[in-house]
Write a protein that binds this ligand. Structure first.
Ligand code: ADP
Length: 891
């Protein structure tokens, strides 16, 4: 090991990074002999101000502070200990006050002190080398790091302990103080002399290599002295070895052998630069990678490089380093945490703002939603109202189980259920009979596919509460109901029942089929009739002949005849009529002139009857006296007239005859024969026609020609109908002219009904007739006319009901009356029509396809009224009708 020149040690002392001061071991003053630059800087003082002063003036200038007092006591104790024990004494952190140049106030710093006793030639301690480091930053950081309190508690404890020690020492001190004070006087004398000697000693000290070496080695601060540009490790203390994780084998090695891991790190560049420039360098918290504990460790260090110079040239380097890794790391950690916290805070603030905005938006949306809910509730209510008002049956079905969600009254009425029976229930629980019908399947199909269904005239079979079946027909639509997700969750069912329409259409179809076949039959019989027509023509000839005969009869009876045109009131008369009114045959005669000849008391009666007959179809059969115009002869005349339509039906004329009844009997006879002849003349050709037909019928039967036999059967029926019609018209005209005559006689209703039964069976085929048994019931009535009424009832029942149906005839006694009824299973009649049936020429509209004139029931009513009876009908459309009359029983 090369020993550095003594000048080097002086340099080391002066340039050391560790503040150092040399004191005389002259207790109690401990006079300052020398201090290096670092110490000077750390005290913020000048050498001139320090050298020659007591150490306590330097370290603890103000002893008022309690901590300072404690520091003072510690220092004294430490100095004495070092002198007595001749050993290095290390002090805990002590506090001292310093005042920076130019500053008014002092501030406190914490120092770590080490006191090295230096032996004199006598073997006693002559000097003390005090090194002190400003560890204020460390103390404060630690204090802050350990949350202050812990440290304070610790310090307090320590203080308490050292206080005790101090009090002990104090006692010792006060004892030795006395001694010291005594020797002080003698010392003061030799002071000057000693000072001179000290100077010499200092010089000697600076030359002492071992002392400086030990100063470095014993420094508590990690220190290293390297020599030359290769930075050969010359002196290294234990703290530095610990710091770089090496042992003493590094001594004598250049840096790249001793610490090869530094290769390439900034710290080496900095070291070489400092060496070259000769300018000191300090760096705080410098990151350095050091190989220790078997790996590379990153640490942070406060580093100081001080070049050791000789005549201005760098010859070595004094290096010191303090490990601040934990501090930096914990601070970095705190910073990192703070940063994270900051970012997290910022993010939270941003999120918070977003949440505020979202919240506002949500509040708006919520308000809108609330309004929508109110609107929805309103429209839901309106919808329910509309649904309930709809004439259609409406029901809403939901889900796979076909739950009835809502339903209107029309639908409930159609199902025959109450709301309680259906609400919220599955459709098939309400109407199990639908399970075997297509509807459940169709409802599910609509929900699966979203395709609506629209059906017309679909048959639906429902079961009534009493177990009977009800067949109905409906038009219906199934509309899918969609939720907000677009799923089809239900079906809106709307239906209209049209059973009646469908049924009547079917009935109509059935009717038109029957009509078709009837038409065909009629075509066939028409052909037959064409053949018969010729016979009829012959009959017409006879009618013409009988007209001529009638004329003759009129002439023979000396009737006057007249004709009045109701529109023009033209009055045409024959000569006989003029004669009866006392006019000459060539004279003209008007209605007014004729009326003038009627005696005063009869004129108005006749005039009224005439007007009534012409314009109201009234009866005209009147007897009145006339005074002849020229011959002034009084004659009793009877005038009979009626309104006749011409073949077109558009023009009618009022015609009649006037006869002289002074010869009453002869006239009566003539009248009867006239009526008998007219009916005879009309009936004769029909009778002969009937005869011919019977004959033909026999022949056809013999020839076994079934077709002709049948055709002739039909012809006979038609002739019978024609006869009845002629009778009907005759009866009407008789009725109008007041000539209908009721011929009362006693007879048994049972017999009449029996006759009717026989006649009916021969007349109508293709119908079932039930004639209920009748007990003997005697009435006083016109036998034929009552028969005519029953006949009319039966022929109507046949006309207005379908073939194959049944007609029932009954006659019973009831409250002094006999009641006859004829019931059918035909088309029936609306209630409102029933009273009108008995009016003249009245026909119900829907009987268009059945022939008739609407006079049958009119005549029936007239006949029954003239018997003081009652006539009426009961009916149910589509089911059938019953016609009744009552007759009083015979007394
Ligand atoms: P018509 O010659 O038209 O049958 P009626 O006076 O006998 O004249 O009957 C009057 C009307 O009463 C008929 O046109 C028919 O509309 C109705 N009518 C009568 N009888 C029946 C019945 N049994 N069933 C249905 N309607 C009937």
């Amino acid at each position: 090991m090369s020993v550095p020149e003594p000048s080097i040690f002086k340099l080391i002392f002066e340039q050391s990074v560790t503040p150092s001061i040399i004191l005389k071991a002259n207790a109690p003053d401990f006079t300052v002999i020398a201090q290096n630059r670092e110490h000077q800087l750390s005290m913020h003082g000048k050498e001139s101000e320090t050298t020659g002063k007591s150490a306590f003036q330097v370290f603890v200038p103000n002893a008022d502070d309690e901590e300072l007092q404690a520091s003072y006591a510690q220092l004294v104790a430490a100095f004495n200990q070092a002198i007595e024990e001749k050993l290095i004494v290390r002090l805990p952190a002590i506090k001292s006050l310093i005042k920076a140049p130019g500053e008014v106030h002092t501030h406190s710093v914490w120092r770590q002190m080490e006191i090295v006793p230096v032996k004199g030639k006598s073997g006693g301690i002559d000097f003390l080398i005090c090194t002190s480091n400003d560890i204020s930053q460390q103390v404060w950081l630690e204090a802050a790091h350990e949350n202050g309190l812990l440290n304070e508690a610790h310090l307090t404890e320590k203080l308490a302990a050292s206080n005790e020690e101090l009090s002990a020492t104090n006692e010792e001190l006060s004892a030795s103080n006395e001694e010291l004070r005594q020797s002080r006087e003698s010392l003061a004398e030799s002071n000057q002399e000693l000072e001179n000697r000290v100077e010499q000693r200092t010089h000697a000290l600076s030359e002492s290599e071992s002392r400086f070496r030990s100063m470095v080695e014993q420094s508590p601060v990690p220190m290293l002295v390297t020599m030359g540009e290769a930075m050969v490790f010359e002196i290294i203390n234990q703290p530095m070895l610990d710091l770089i994780g090496k042992d003493s084998s590094v001594i004598g090695k250049p840096w790249h052998e001793a610490m090869p891991e530094l290769e390439g790190q900034d710290i080496i560049t900095q070291l070489l630069d400092t060496y070259d420039s000769g300018v000191s360098w300090e760096g705080n918290e410098v990151p350095v990678m050091i190989a220790k504990n078997g790996g590379l460790e990153l640490g942070f260090y406060n580093i100081s490089y001080k070049p050791l110079t000789d005549k201005g040239e760098s010859i070595g380097m004094l290096q010191s380093a303090i490990d601040v890794t934990d501090l930096v790391k914990s601070r970095l950690l705190v910073e990192e945490l703070n940063r994270e916290q900051q970012t997290a805070n910022e993010e939270l603030a941003a999120i918070n703002e977003e949440l505020h905005t979202t919240n506002d938006e949500l509040t708006l949306i919520q308000e809108k939603l609330e309004n929508m809910v109110v609107d929805l509730a309103e429209s839901e209510q309106q919808l329910q109202q509309i649904i309930s008002l709809l004439p259609a049956a409406v029901v809403v079905i939901r889900g796979e189980n076909l739950i009835v969600e809502s339903v209107n009254d029309s639908n409930l009425a159609y199902w025959g259920k109450t709301r309680e029976e259906v609400a919220g229930k599955p459709l098939l629980e309400i109407l199990p009979e639908l399970a075997s019908q297509p509807f459940p399947g169709q409802l599910k199909h609509v929900m699966e596919t979203g395709e609506p269904i629209d059906m017309k005239d679909s048959p639906v079979l429902l079961i009534n509460p009493d177990g009977t079946h009800r067949e109905s027909f409906v038009d219906y639509t199934y509309q899918p109901l969609t939720d907000s997700m677009g799923r089809h969750t239900g079906v809106l069912v709307m239906s209209f029942e049209n059973t009646e329409r469908v049924m009547s259409r079917k009935l109509l179809e059935q009717f038109s089929e029957e009509m078709q076949s009837m038409n065909e039959e009629l075509t066939a019989s028409n052909e037959e009739l064409a053949a018969v027509n010729e016979e009829l023509y012959a009959a017409q000839q006879s009618v013409e002949e009988s007209r001529a005969a009638l004329r003759l009869a009129i002439d023979a009876a000396e009737f006057g005849t007249w004709f009045i045109n109701p529109v023009t009131r033209e009055f045409i008369t024959d000569a006989r009529l003029k004669e009866l009114f006392g006019y000459y045959p060539d004279e003209s005669l008007s209605i007014e002139q004729a009326l003038a000849q009627i005696t005063d008391d009869y004129r108005e009666i006749v005039s009224n009857a005439l007007e009534n007959a012409i314009y109201n179809n009234g009866d005209y059969d009147i007897v009145y006296p006339v005074t002849g115009l020229h011959d002034q002869q009084l004659r009793w005349l009877r005038a009979v007239g009626n309104l006749t339509a011409d073949p077109s039906g558009s023009f009618s004329a009022f015609t009649g005859v006037v006869m002289d009844i002074t010869e009453q009997k002869a006239d009566e006879f003539r009248k009867n024969s006239f009526i008998a002849m007219v009916s005879h003349e009309l009936k004769t050709p029909l009778t002969s026609l009937n005869g011919y037909l019977q004959l033909l019928h026999l022949r056809a039967k013999k020839a076994e020609d079934a077709f002709i036999t049948n055709a002739l059967d039909q012809s006979v029926k038609q002739v019978k109908r024609m006869t009845n019609m002629i009778n009907g018209f005759l009866n009407v005209s008789r009725l109008e002219s007041g000539k209908i005559h009721i011929e009362m006689q006693r007879f048994d209703m049972a017999d009449l009904i029996q006759e009717m039964a026989e006649e009916t069976r021969t007349l109508y085929s293709g119908k079932t007739f039930i004639f209920h048994p009748v007990e003997s019931t005697i009435v006083n009535a016109d036998h034929d006319k009552i028969g005519q009424v029953i006949n009319n009832f039966i022929s109507n029942a046949v006309k207005y009901s379908d073939p194959g149906t049944t007609i029932q005839v009954a006659c019973v006694q009831e409250n002094g009356f006999t009641r006859v009824s004829v019931s059918d299973e035909g088309m029936g009649i609306e209630k409102t029509e029933l009273p009108k049936l008995f009016e003249r020429y009245y026909r119900v509209n829907n009987t268009n396809n059945v022939s008739g004139f609407g006079i049958g029931l009119y005549l029936c009513a007239e006949i029954i009224q003239r018997h003081q009876g009652k006539i009426w009908a009961e009916s149910e459309p589509g089911k059938g009708s019953t016609f009744y009359f009552w007759l009083p029983l015979a007394r």
